[in-house]
Design a protein. Structure first.
Length: 159
């Protein structure tokens, strides 16, 4: 079965985000074996300097890299990433998964991802030009994955 790992940085504080994530994780089980890894966000002061942000991203980046499953196709979610329609992303994932049965997607902290993490990924993905809270992005990503698998399998979810 296809293994899909989603690595995120930061906690889901509100129960409605946790409930939404749990619902999409349950739905994804029809198509793959999802694994959600939640890493602790590095602490930075209230108004961090660029150096403090770089240091936090480096710390988070090392933990992200250590959590990435070996031999998986890696996708970094970042603002400068490529945007796809739902159908285009489904086709991309179908091609990737036919060659490599494992997929790993990474959502960084509110400061983003380190350059090392981005370099370790084969694809940089942007879900939208809009900015979303990281808690919401986690739910959006799982919905995007569920929709892509639904398209690949030809279910009625995507109309």
């Amino acid at each position: 079965m296809i293994q899909v790992t989603v690595i995120t940085v930061g906690n889901l504080k509100e129960s409605y985000w946790r409930d939404a994530v749990a619902e999409y994780e349950k739905r994804l089980c029809a198509f793959c074996k999802p694994t959600l890894i939640q890493l602790k966000e590095a602490k930075v002061p209230e108004n961090p300097s660029e150096g403090e942000i770089r240091s936090a991203l480096a710390d988070e980046g090392q933990r992200i890299l250590a959590a990435m499953p070996p031999r998986s196709y890696r996708i970094a979610l970042c603002v400068e990433g490529k945007q796809f329609s739902s159908e285009e992303l489904a086709a991309k994932l179908e091609g990737v998964l036919s060659e490599n049965g494992n997929l790993c997607l990474v959502i960084g902290s509110s400061h983003g991802l380190s350059d090392e993490v981005k370099a370790a990924c084969q694809l940089r993905l942007s879900v939208s030009k809009l900015t979303f809270p990281h808690q919401m992005m986690r739910v959006l990503l799982l919905e995007v994955l569920y929709r892509a698998f639904s398209i690949i399998k030809g279910t009625k979810y995507h109309k």
